[in-house]
Design a binder for this molecule. Sequence first.
Ligand SMILES: [Zn+2]
Length: 193
Amino acid sequence: MRARKRPPRELPFPAAPHLRMAQLGETATFDGVSAFPPARRSELKAFAPQVLVASADALVTAAHAVFSDDLALESVDTAVFALTQVGGTPVAPPERDLIWRAFQVPLYELYVDSEWKLLAAECEAHDGWHLRSLDVEFHLEGGELFLRQPALAAAIRTGLTASCVDGLCECGDAAPLVRPIAAHCRSLAASAL
Ligand SMILES: [Zn+2]
């Protein structure tokens, strides 16, 4: 058996190893998750996933397919995770609403790096993102969120705004919380340059 090179990549709560978890996309980027690329979409119903993982775009497409009866996923009963990569835009409220209406389970956004490593995960109380990586620090500059990885000298602009980075959250999770998250406004970006 070949040694496994990739470190463990677990989805946060409420995902769990005993649940059937499907990712809409070419590859599964988390442990215990099965990938369903578009060509295998017809197999999803038989798999009966309880957890769905996908980019916001793929979730919106799936939601429309649910509404048009092209996709039946009543099996999804635990959570939907929306993946947003650094540099991407968080799921907008109308999209969140659409995804909620299609699947009727809590939606949690996961903020991942370019290699799909989890950096932050939406709070169970939906009040921001808790940091989930020990290798990354977030800080604010003029309301804009930057992240820094020790291996890299320069901070990375996320293109997101936040008002605070702290460790206090009503949900009881002690991991630092970033909130609220929003796409960086164009005029703000222009004035900050
Ligand atoms: Zn929290």
